[in-house]
Ligand binder design. Structure first.
Ligand SMILES: [Cu+2]
Length: 149
């Protein structure tokens, strides 16, 4: 009886967590961060918009960092640089892909290192869809370094 109840509770919590990554036509999936042992980190995700109106990500924050900025990596005469964005567009019936070498959310002033296997929460704010809470999974640091501020 007790086991059945706790399993049911776990199931409900999983459903709730999955449902939270959506608001209106906006769905956020594949949210992950690169492991980091320095004061900054990068978060990647896929944002889909199934609606008929354009939307945009206008802000993000997380308890693990003092600040979260929206960045894009650009190739400046062969040197990869990061530029801050004021918003990330998610067009109607389209999607925005945040991935290494392109757009990402930059964690500035990490309060602790990000270790592979950990998770942490992040709040995304969209102009129309409002706030969406996501859980970020920390993955291996990988070999795509060379990020310069
Ligand atoms: Cu960056």
């Amino acid at each position: 009886m007790f086991k059945a109840l706790s399993m049911a509770a776990t199931f409900v919590i999983c459903l709730a967590a999955a449902a939270l990554a959506q608001s209106g036509p906006i769905t956020v999936t594949d949210v992950w961060a690169r492991a980091s042992n320095v004061s900054t980190g990068a978060v990647y995700m896929t944002i889909a918009n199934s609606g008929a109106a354009d939307d945009k990500l206008v802000a993000a924050r997380s308890p693990v960092a003092n600040q979260v900025q929206m960045h894009v990596e650009i190739d400046d005469n062969g040197i990869m640089k990061m530029r801050q964005l004021h918003a990330i567009d998610v067009t109607a019936n389209g999607k925005a892909t945040l991935a290494p070498g392109s757009k990402h959310l930059m964690l500035i002033g990490l309060k602790h290192h990000l270790k592979e296997g950990q998770t942490f929460p992040m709040t995304l704010t969209f102009e129309k869809a409002g706030k969406i809470e996501v859980i970020v999974a920390v993955k291996k640091a990988g070999s795509m370094g060379g990020m310069k501020m």
